[in-house]
Write a protein of this length. Sequence first.
Length: 250
Amino acid sequence: MKFNSYKSSSLKHQQPQREKMEGKQSEVVLFGSWYSSYCTRIVLALKIKGINFEYVEEDLANKSELLINYNPVHQKVPVLVHKGNPIAESFVILEYIEDHWNHHPKILPEDPYERAKVRFWAQFYDQKIMLGALPILKSSEGEERERACEELSKLIRVFEEGMKKDLPGKFPFYDGENLGLVDIVVGPNASNYLALREVVGPVIDSKRNPDFFSWVDALKAHPLIKETLPPHHKMVQKLKEKIPQKPKDH
């Protein structure tokens, strides 16, 4: 495990200093993995709220006893520990952050109906689009890959149309400048599309889903997301390790 301390501010992030977790534990500790978009979304939310936190990098091939004790049910990251109390699952953590630190900037709107719509589309992306990309990663090139890409494109079109209908004018950013819940969920995942393209080929493109594509590029350029995303070359290497590479024909 690697322990780093972070001082958060609304848009600026100081470089972490390596330190051992000795003596008094930080009030807010995040157990995560640098390449997990589920963890990156928590880092973003904490930064948006300006919450100082300690970050613990987990080796997912050799999980620490701390992680297993804090999340005995799933034994996975992210886990947020606040004043010694663990909270697991990224959506639950995001809601906790907004509920406990309910100052501005807000990541969820005040109005209950608006909140419900934002939650719906954030979860649609999480449960449909992110899972919908998995068949592409497992598919062979050619017709199988094309079918998988078209199915994902259909899901993204539903997302595009739903966002325009339910949350008009709310993307690329929920209030025009600050990141909201949907941005936080989509940004860390979709902004790595160039790394994914380098490993498996095109997954999303501007012709099939122009609104989504332009939104992702705007998210990718947002200062807070830009400084929080892992370096492109590291992400490419990690994807190559995680996605089975098919031998090339000679």
